[in-house]
Design a protein. Structure first.
Lengths: 113, 110
């Protein structure tokens, strides 16, 4: 039982490049979400999904895109990377909603040069 | 505006020295308060959920309590392995989103 798996663990990009951060969970959770964690700030919600085919914006969605074609996978796409997107990104899942204990992956550490 | 504030930002304890971490919140219609532990290079790990004022939860050396304005995470006789960042999050308010505090970095020295 792997829980929430994020890949890659580390990535360095140049400004303007695009990439996809992968997130997969094997717990059959309906709710999945993406957060970014920056020094001195709490985890901030980027996008979330309450089930396959349904996504919505969080607190800081600009510059990011998501899709949810299956229950298991919730990839996060950076459309045109900017230095302000340098951060640690966490994917999380729970049974059905945000108000339940979240299971987090171990993060992707992303640097934009 | 819904807000979560954790204090202190950092805390250094000697092994066996008990203390408390604070999480104060301003959320209309609190539907749940969560405590997580985060080790360096890892994602947050769920510890407790509290739903109503007066509720308490315990796990090993940790005890979480909740009032109408704040929550405390009490650490009794801590060990070095309790060293981590402890995050508080609240659920509810106008947007029904999960709002995280910035965390307390706890270091327990042997």
């Amino acid at each position: 039982n792997a829980g929430v798996t994020q890949t890659p663990k580390f990535q360095v990009l140049k400004t303007g490049q695009s990439m996809t951060l992968q997130c997969a969970q094997d717990m059959n959770h309906e709710y999945m979400s993406w957060y970014r964690q920056d020094p001195g700030m709490g985890l901030r919600l980027i996008h979330y999904s309450v089930g396959a085919g349904i996504t919505d914006q969080g607190e800081v969605p600009n510059g990011y895109n998501v899709s949810r074609s299956t229950t298991e996978d919730f990839p996060l796409r950076l459309l045109s990377a900017a230095p302000s997107q340098t951060s640690v990104y966490f994917c999380a899942s729970s049974y059905s909603e945000a108000g339940q204990p979240q299971h987090f992956g171990d993060g992707t550490r992303l640097s934009i040069l | 505006e819904d807000q979560v504030t954790q204090s202190p930002e950092a805390l250094r304890l000697q092994e066996g020295e008990s203390s408390s971490l604070n999480c104060s919140y301003t959320v209309s219609g609190l539907r749940g308060l969560f405590w997580y532990r985060q080790d360096p290079g890892k994602g947050p790990e769920f510890l407790f959920t509290l739903y109503s004022a007066g509720e308490e939860k315990e796990k090993e050396r940790l005890k979480a309590t909740l009032t109408k304005k704040e929550s405390f995470l009490h650490i009794t006789a801590p060990k070095p392995e309790d060293s981590a960042t402890y995050l508080c999050a609240v659920y509810g308010g106008a947007t029904n989103k999960l709002i995280f505090g910035t965390g307390t970095l706890l270091a327990v020295q042997p």
